[in-house]
Unconditional design. Structure first.
Length: 345
């Protein structure tokens, strides 16, 4: 059963309905720039926080209380699904996520489990706790990685600059690639459904590494799997935000893969993107995260310019073009929220 309808400017904007002011939230809004989060991280690792629902819920709620944003996004990690699939994940200081046994052979793909999504129920429990604490004040956003992004982590064993291993597999053994992507659609679809069942009122699909692809390769090797995942999520009647970075050269193709909202990074003119797409979806973004380090008069000018660029048409959600950086001044993040709230169409 789909979750009951929840009102609010964020969900209205996702559905391109008029709102009193623009909704605003921030990717990575729970993070090291907030002292309460730093206090938690001094005691727990990232995976520990994710796997302890009470702590994950408390961290998720911090920016809602501190910033007064229009949505909470559950504190989790894109890579959590690799563990129930059979891979060993750890976070190494100074390196980030590391998968000890990356996917390299057809046998590795055959061995990946797709029926253990219940192992991730701690994420659902955290979402339930957040929803209960918010009591309808703002909705909870769940999220999953897009199949290509998760596949690239699983093959590379961690972040990559060249995606050499990923592309060698993709180009060199298309049958193997498509078997892997099909499994990921199943796992991510079930994970998203679990989050929605727990109370997530919207889902964001992160294709963080799609910008490593050419437009033609995206269409041939990736687009259909993102579309299959997004279609599964939308069948639960919650809006889907489809976000990728570095994809200014193929935003039409990204939009074709689906989503009620297209999230765009700061490397594009958001008004031109929306026009090019014929306003067929809502749009999210797209302040440069480094803009939050600007002097307040400059930050105000940048924020107002974004609001003016997107005009009077309903369906714009204010956000960054990527996540908040750890060193970001909290007062500047608060200032953006205040500027947005005081701006009238």
């Amino acid at each position: 059963m789909p979750p009951p309808a929840v009102s609010g400017r964020f969900l209205d904007a996702c559905r391109r309905r008029a709102t009193d002011v623009r909704p605003v939230w921030f990717m990575r809004q729970a993070g090291r720039y907030l002292k309460p989060y730093r206090d938690v991280r001094a005691r727990y690792g990232i995976l520990e926080i994710c796997k302890k629902p009470e702590i994950a819920a408390a961290v998720t709620l911090q920016p809602v209380e501190i910033l007064d944003v229009d949505a909470a996004i559950i504190f989790a990690d894109l890579l959590l699904p690799v563990e129930p699939m059979g891979l060993k994940l750890q976070f190494v200081a100074g390196e980030g996520p590391v998968i000890e046994n990356p996917v390299a052979t057809p046998e590795d793909i055959d061995a990946l489990a797709t029926n253990r999504t219940d192992d991730l129920r701690y994420v659902g429990e955290a979402i339930h706790l957040v929803g209960r604490a918010l009591d309808g004040k703002v909705p909870v956003i769940g999220f999953v990685a897009a199949p290509f992004t998760l596949a690239s982590y699983m093959i590379e064993g961690g972040p990559s600059k060249t995606f050499l291993k990923t592309k060698k597999l993709m180009f060199g053994d298309e049958v193997m690639w498509r078997r892997l992507m099909g499994k990921l659609v199943d796992v991510l679809g079930d994970f998203a459904a679990m989050q929605i069942g727990a109370g997530a009122r919207a889902m964001q699909v992160f294709d963080s590494w799609a910008g490593a692809l050419s437009p033609d390769d995206y269409v041939r090797y990736v687009q259909q799997y993102s579309r299959a995942l997004i279609d599964r999520i939308r069948s639960s009647a919650v809006p889907v935000i489809h976000f990728a970075t570095g994809t200014g050269g193929f935003l039409r193709e990204l939009h074709t893969a689906g989503g009620d909202v297209l999230g765009v990074d700061w490397r594009v003119n958001i008004d031109q993107v929306w026009t090019d797409l014929g306003y067929r979806c809502a749009i999210q973004g797209n302040l440069d995260p480094v803009a939050l380090f600007s002097p307040l008069p400059d930050l105000r000018a940048k924020t107002l310019e974004l609001l003016r660029r997107t005009g009077t048409r309903p369906g714009h959600i204010v956000n960054l073009g990527h996540g908040i950086l750890p060193e970001t001044p909290v007062e500047n993040v608060k200032a953006v929220v205040e500027i947005v709230r005081s701006f009238h169409r």
